[in-house]
Write a new protein. Structure first.
Length: 255
């Protein structure tokens, strides 16, 4: 996606966000799940649930859901699985993106309800067996600021982040994989790899066996990062969004 396309999309997303009614959105998610799954999350040995909202400041300038976002906001996978970002001919936002905007709206404007409902959905799913929860599917929100029940039995929380302070801390309640970006130097990443996994995007269909002496595992096979060792590279293949594959500066710099 080009910067111009992103800006156009953001303008329409923000108009839609500002039009939302708290009571109506609460009513919607009272009757339906806040958490859901997708093709990537379903790859694994247990139920994987995620919170799918919009990244960065796409939907509102009042809250940045990806504080450390770089050019990744133009290639974010939030756009990759949609049938169309805009409905054909009408030029309106598609329903998939609208629902992701409504989830973010719910978190920011009916926070207590949202967190209570998320905790209940996790608890209910865990009654049937082990559950993995990824609260940042397309975002990088600091969920420890909210009242999530991280000690819920039978539940593992995991996420990716571009914020180094969250990676590699044994007392952090979420299993974290650091996402490399064009801002990171090789020395930065080598330091992070001392205590954390690092997700790295590579061009083409094949992945290298190692990077700077660290083994590369195939991160596209499953999303179960929490089952993998630290100090490995999680190799990801560059994906195309609805507007085609946009050059990723990190891929160019470190591949």
């Amino acid at each position: 996606m080009t910067p111009k396309q992103y800006q156009n999309l953001a303008r329409q997303a923000r108009v839609y966000y500002d039009s939302l009614n708290i009571a109506e959105v609460v009513k919607e998610f009272t009757a339906s799940s806040i958490l859901n799954s997708n093709t990537k999350l379903k790859k694994g040995d247990r139920v994987n649930l995620g919170f799918e909202a919009t990244p960065a400041t796409l939907a509102t300038l009042d809250f940045n859901s990806c504080e450390a976002a770089t050019s990744c906001k133009l290639t974010c996978l939030v756009f990759a699985t949609m049938t169309a970002i805009f409905e054909s001919k009408s030029g309106k936002l598609c329903n998939t993106l609208k629902k992701r905007i409504r989830r973010l709206f719910l978190l920011l404007n009916a926070t207590e309800f949202c967190i209570q409902k998320i905790n209940l959905e996790i608890e209910s799913a865990a009654l049937a067996g082990p559950v993995a929860v990824r609260l940042n599917v397309f975002t990088d929100i600091e969920w420890t600021r909210y009242g999530i029940s991280f000690d819920a039995p039978n539940v593992t929380f995991y996420d990716y982040t571009k914020i180094k302070a969250r990676a590699g801390h044994s007392d952090y309640p979420i299993d974290i994989t650091y996402s490399a970006s064009e801002r990171d130097s090789e020395s930065d990443l080598l330091e992070v790899l001392r205590h954390s996994r690092v997700a790295m995007v590579f061009p083409g269909k094949s992945l290298p066996k190692e990077w700077n002496g660290f083994p590369v595992i195939d991160g596209d096979v499953t999303d179960n990062r929490y089952l993998e060792p630290k100090s490995v590279i999680v190799g990801l293949r560059q994906k195309a969004t609805q507007h085609g594959k946009t050059e990723n500066k990190f891929v160019k710099a470190f591949s």
